[in-house]
Design a protein around this ligand. Sequence first.
Ligand code: SAM
Length: 246
Amino acid sequence: MRKPARIISFMVCTTCLLAGAMAGDDDPFAEARQDMIREIEADVRRTSLQLDTEALDPRVMQALATVPRHALVPGSLQDVAYENRPLPIGHGQTISQPYIVAIMTDLLKMTPADKVLEVGTGSGYQAAILAELVDRVYTIEIIEALGQQARAGLEALGYENITVRIGDGYYGWQEQAPFDAIVVTAAASHIPPPLIEQLKNGGRMIVPVGSRFMVQQLVLVEKDLQGEVVTRQILPVRFVPLTGTH
Ligand code: SAM
């Protein structure tokens, strides 16, 4: 019974995304963005066993079809901004692969009233995707130049519900906690205890765990209504390391 419902919502989603692309005929990146969406959909189907779904939430796909990724990558990489791969953004860091951004966002199962924390602002792209879906996004970047650049880029795009802070995200953002959802976009050797503390009961966190030269696992952390924490490995990934003094 669940599968046909998913297929129907997937078809509705694709139709509405294509309609959106047609509406933006003057957008020179519209076609590349649609190609990216199709590649993400294919990757999701290929990994459906690990993800436990054949298609992601249409709201997540709509956010990916909306955010101008080309505006958040270095100018010289705009032409390849919608390729389904990570890209360098300077300072030895990367903007994550669109498919990975999509599944991490989907796994958080956010609702519009949610308050979300991101650790690792980078280009600001993941923050923009989150901001399309929820009320408030708090994002922390440890490299000052990147944080400032992302802040300026997100402001230029008109995102008023994102606050960027420069600092070590390992310790979270105590003044704004608790969070309904937390996404960590750099690989940690362990799940940071301060982030578990700052997650609301009933909340979800997604975090890549592992070291630079070994296989990392994307881990979903769920805190139930009683505050009990359970974790589940989703799939192997490769992220830049979570740095800092911890
Ligand atoms: N989410 C980003 C985007 O959409 O472009 C991509 C993030 S990139 C894969 C990881 C980022 O995490 C880098 O910008 C890196 O500087 C940052 N980072 C690493 N350790 C950090 C820490 N302890 N606190 C905050 N940011 C950190």
